[in-house]
Design a protein around this ligand. Sequence first.
Ligand SMILES: NC(=O)c1ccc[n+]([C@@H]2O[C@H](COP(=O)([O-])OP(=O)(O)OC[C@H]3O[C@@H](n4cnc5c(N)ncnc54)[C@H](O)[C@@H]3O)[C@@H](O)[C@H]2O)c1
Length: 324
Amino acid sequence: MSPAGGAVLVTGAAGFIGSHVVDHLLARGDTVVGLDNFDPFYDPALKRENLAAALAAPGFTLVEGDLRDRALVDRVLAEHRVDAVIHLAARAGVRPSLADPELYADVNVRGSAVVFEAARAAGITRVIYASSSSVYGGNEKLPFAEDDPVDHPVSPYAATKKANELQAHVYSRLHGMTMIGLRFFTVYGPRQRPEMAIASFTRRIAEGRPVPMYGDGTSRRDYTYIDDIVAGVLAALDRGEGYRIYNLGESRTTSLARLIELIGEALGVTPQIERLPEQPGDVPATWADIRRARDELGYDPQVPVEDGIRRYVAWFRGRGEAGR
Ligand SMILES: NC(=O)c1ccc[n+]([C@@H]2O[C@H](COP(=O)([O-])OP(=O)(O)OC[C@H]3O[C@@H](n4cnc5c(N)ncnc54)[C@H](O)[C@@H]3O)[C@@H](O)[C@H]2O)c1
């Protein structure tokens, strides 16, 4: 059960992060309703696999549909007596958003408007939603802290995530709802979206194909292991109050060149590298200041990237099919 005793709605339940959140909520005995439209951004069959365990659990109901469908969302909230929402559904990814900014705005901004307004109308007072480290744009002050200026996004995707934070503010201010935004820093682990760097590099290295390295390999990312993200999401659900934004990262950075090396080491293969120019929309560094999440949510990330990559590669090998 959610903190108030009803069901928790997880949007984007079949996705990478959503499916792990669902599994952990079910494991601790919560009742969960998942909403997902199995969007074709990547192979929907992978999303069905993501939910295999959840679908066998008694506390889980899957609703297949689009979160932009207000009547559907209203019905789900009422029928399942939802009293908290974890809103993770979105078109994710910085680079693909440059190709289709209108779709990103429609799903991420209009879709969130539907979810937030339906939650308000249903009397739900607790909403946790996914923001992103990309809202920090090209900020040069490191590590990134929640109170740093975030008015200069450099991709359509980042602009939609910043918009979600503004939308959430309105619901907190006007309606007194608890609206907790989580700025995830590059999340990885089993079920990672196949187009993300760690998943696609692992496939390529395992198959002996070159890895595209954009820029000179010195760009740095704060890579966050999925279990740490899930712990942060659950802590926000249980402990978040008011209008709050939290960085969820490991608070360590790894260069792109080192990341490729780590994957090669875990696979026991020397990676071949194809050097390519910097990509528009990419930022030179991300690095999370996580003191606020530590202090207020008890967030305490446990998995350094060296361990996390080994775990990811073990999972990748275990599924046998080279991740498709
Ligand atoms: N993975 C990361 O590193 C990362 C980093 C920052 C923020 N985020 C955010 O976290 C959230 C989850 O990301 P993810 O990596 O799990 O992505 P994902 O693509 O695996 O999951 C998103 C899910 O939302 C669903 N969805 C998309 N449009 C929908 C719609 N209109 N109606 C219903 N469902 C819809 C998709 O089918 C998918 O299953 C997203 O909001 C993303 O922007 C992710």
